[in-house]
Design a protein around this ligand. Structure first.
Ligand code: PGA
Length: 259
C-alpha cells in the first residue's frame, strides 16, 4: 500500500449506546490506544446523532486523536425535512467522516444510488469525508453478479465528482451477507472485490484517484481476522460494526499490526 494511503479503521455503532455510554466507550478506547497507533492508523467512531455533541466535547477536552464520525445525513443544508440532520450541522460538531449509503440504509430506509450520490457531494461540500458503502447480496454473489453490481454502485454513487474529490474519499466494501452474521469474506474474495473497485475508479477517474482513494472492507471484522485482511494490497482499512461496540475489541482491531 503506498504511504499516501494511511489505513483507516472506523467503528460504526449503529443504533447502540446513549450519550453516557458513548462517552465511556470513547474514553476507554482512548486509554487503550497510544501515539504509535494513531501515527499508523486513522481511527474514527460513528455514534448515533444524539451522542455526537457529548463525544465531541470529550474528544476535545482530552485532546484525543480519535476522529468523530456520523452514520448518515441529508443532502440539503436546511429546510422542511422533518427528522433529518444536515451536513453543515455535523460539520459544526467537528464531525469529519460521514458514512453514506450503508446497506442497512439502502435496504431498510429505501436509499438509492441517486440519494447516495447527493449525500456524497453534500458531505464533501461541508468539508467532511464521505465513507461511501457498497456491496452485494448473497444471491447476487451466487449468481455471479457481485462485481457488476458493485461497479454500478460505485459509478452511480460517485457520478459527477472530479478525480481529486474521489481521491480524498473512502469507499467501504461490505458484502451484505457478511454484515453482523459472523461470516467474513475470505481475504482473497475481499481483496478481489477491493481491487476491482480500485480498477473501476481508475477507469472512471484516473490513476491518481485510484492510487489515493481509500478502500475499507466491512462485514464481521474481528481482532482475529483483521491482520490478514489488512495485508491485502487493495484493503486500506475496515468498517467495523459489532466489534467496535466493545472498546477492548475495537482497540485490538486498530492494533492489528501487533498480532
Ligand atoms: P459488522 O457490521 O462488523 O457487525 O458485521 C459492519 C457494518 O455494518 O458496517
Amino acid at each position: 500500500m503506498p504511504a499516501a494511503r494511511k489505513p483507516i479503521i472506523s467503528g460504526n455503532w449503529k443504533m447502540h449506546k446513549n450519550h453516557f455510554e458513548a462517552i465511556q466507550a470513547v474514553q476507554k478506547l482512548h486509554y487503550r490506544l497510544d501515539g504509535d497507533d494513531h501515527e499508523s492508523v486513522i481511527v474514527t467512531v460513528h455514534p448515533p446523532f444524539t451522542d455526537l455533541r457529548s463525544v465531541q466535547t470529550v474528544i476535545e477536552a482530552d485532546r484525543m486523536k480519535i476522529e468523530l464520525g456520523a452514520q448518515n445525513c441529508h443532502w440539503e443544508d436546511h429546510g422542511a425535512y422533518t427528522g433529518e440532520v444536515s451536513p453543515s450541522m455535523l460539520a459544526k460538531l467537528d464531525v469529519s467522516y460521514v458514512i453514506v449509503g450503508h446497506s442497512e440504509r439502502r435496504q431498510l430506509f429505501a436509499e438509492t444510488d441517486e440519494s447516495v450520490n447527493l449525500k456524497v457531494k453534500a458531505v464533501q461540500a461541508a468539508g467532511m469525508v464521505p465513507i461511501m458503502c457498497c456491496g452485494e447480496t448473497l444471491e447476487q454473489r451466487e449468481d455471479g453478479e457481485a462485481e457488476s453490481w458493485v461497479e454500478g454502485q460505485i459509478v452511480a454513487g460517485l457520478s459527477g465528482l472530479g478525480g481529486a474529490e474521489v481521491a480524498s474519499l473512502v469507499v467501504a466494501y461490505e458484502p451484505i451477507w457478511a454484515i453482523g452474521t459472523g461470516r467474513t469474506a475470505t481475504s482473497e474474495d475481499a481483496q478481489a472485490m477491493c481491487g476491482h473497485i480500485r480498477g473501476v475508479v481508475r477507469g472512471a477517474f484516473g490513476e491518481d484517484a485510484a492510487a489515493q482513494v481509500r478502500i475499507q472492507y466491512g462485514g464481521s471484522v474481528k481482532p482475529g481476522n483483521i491482520a490478514e485482511l489488512m495485508s491485502q494490497a487493495d484493503i486500506d482499512g475496515a468498517l467495523v460494526g459489532g466489534a467496535s461496540l466493545e472498546p477492548d475489541e475495537f482497540a485490538a482491531i486498530v492494533q492489528y499490526r501487533n498480532h
